[in-house]
Design a protein around this ligand. Structure first.
Ligand code: 5GP
Ligand code: ZN
Length: 118
């Protein structure tokens, strides 16, 4: 689809500034903001400004935009002083825990973590 925004999408509304968020970083194609229900001392969501439903669709639209999400996550991780220890996660599909269907990369850090995550 040619549309790059969905007026009914929560994260599109945050990107557009219609819904407030605690912004942690910005780049050309991406926005980073703090999760309202943090699962770690640092829990930031990095989203493409373009509306795509999940990571699979993000990979499809543009390698530049996908790369930009990862680069902004690293920039925020460096600003958060995590000592290089952090986790990046795309939950893709309801069965994997996705609840907001605008692609978002979770940046989690500031505590020890188990693997596998469960
Ligand atoms: P998912 O479960 O789709 O991987 O992650 C969605 C995340 O969005 C959850 O961690 C949830 O806490 C967060 N979230 C849901 N609604 C809002 C909101 O209105 N603002 C912010 N900042 N985060 C939200
Ligand atoms: Zn959206």
């Amino acid at each position: 689809s040619a549309a790059t925004t969905d007026p009914d999408c929560l994260f599109c509304s945050i990107v557009a500034g219609r819904v407030p968020a605690d912004v942690a970083g910005e780049s050309e194609y991406s926005l980073a903001f703090r999760d309202v229900n943090p699962q770690a001392p640092t829990h930031v969501l990095v989203v493409p400004r373009r509306h795509v439903a999940n990571a699979g669709e993000l990979a499809e639209v543009s390698a530049d935009e996908l790369g930009d999400v990862v680069l902004l996550a690293r920039t925020v991780a460096e600003q958060e002083d995590l000592g290089g220890d952090y986790r990046l996660v795309f939950n893709t599909g309801e069965g994997a825990g996705q609840s907001v269907f605008h692609a978002h990369l979770h940046l989690l850090g500031g505590r020890s973590m188990k693997w596998p995550p469960g």
